[in-house]
Design a protein. Sequence first.
Length: 406
Amino acid sequence: MAVFSYSAKDKDGKIVRGTVEAKDKKAAVSLIQKEGSTPFIVNEEKNLKLKLKSILTSSVSRVSLKDKLIFCEQMSTLVNSGVPLAQALAAVKDQSKGTMSKVAEHIYNEVESGQSLAGALETEKKHFSPVFINMIKAGEASGKLDSTLNDLAVQVQKDYELVSKIRGALTYPTVIVVAMIAAVIFLMVKVVPAISGFFDELGAKLPLPTRILIAISSGLTRYGIYIALGVVFVIAGLYYAFKKVDILRRGLHTVILKSPVIGNIATKFNIARFSRTLGSLLGSGVGVLESLDIVSRSTKNMVFNREVRGVAEKVKNGVGLTDAMKQSNTFPVMVTQMVSIGEETGNIDKMMIKVSEHYERQIDNLTKNISSIIEPIIMLLVGTGIGFIIVSIILPIYKATQTLGG
């Protein structure tokens, strides 16, 4: 995607300037016109600073799960009450804030100009997943947009609850780790340098742990800013690499799934989300093959993504959904058994929702206990770090008192 700077006249005839991201100049002009402005200058921006600004702005201006949940709930309530689609969107637009307000306004303008709701959402697909858009498309095609919006509200609600539970469970350990790092840095930068002068006065050869401690303290004191910047750049570089390089991202996702405690939660989270998404799509009238394709494009974990694409390929070649899932090493027996029952009874969508609910309950239990599982590990690490510092300080003092006593 290229960045284009533009000058245009808005609806009131005022000159406005800004930037848009588009694949080419024609697409950029189209985007500006859709916003209700008439561009008269559109140029591709080569300035690196502006590109960086655009990337940062887009990364912090995404529609959150909570915003999508409110959008779905409001639209569901209004449409189910018989309010016309455009009028419902106008009401939601007026009540929305921040990025969601701009997105809702754009969707409203698209629908007002004759576009379908799914088509309008397509123009904002960086904010709405393929699952979201295709469920709306299926709901509009079947004339069941009201029930589809209700199903979407439930789906987004469950996604929001899952993500919130996992974030909540990891908040306490994260705070403890940050506090531990801050305490160690304070000791190394403030306490150790003060004591090292006393050690110099002793004149005796310092034990190895103390020499290591003083060397680390000296390095942090002299080059702390450069070390901090280096850490920031390394983290940013790793983040970019894992985001852009598929093989690295796949490796990271594999490690996460195989790691103790977190791996169990991650696996259940992906199965729960896969099951609910597939069930919702099938329930909306989307075909099995198309649903699997949409789910695979919406699955962020690359290990699960590959497995779902493999299942879709097998189904495309005539293999039943149950058999295709059995051939994968990812889906537990309980899941394939439920799918088998669903295929026999013609209720795969309902069975997938039941599978999702089962795993959501398991995640709920795991996240409640995660702090008690991780806390001893953190305490051990804290104790080891602080213990090393204390021993390194006490050892030379103890040796000095022995020498004086002798």
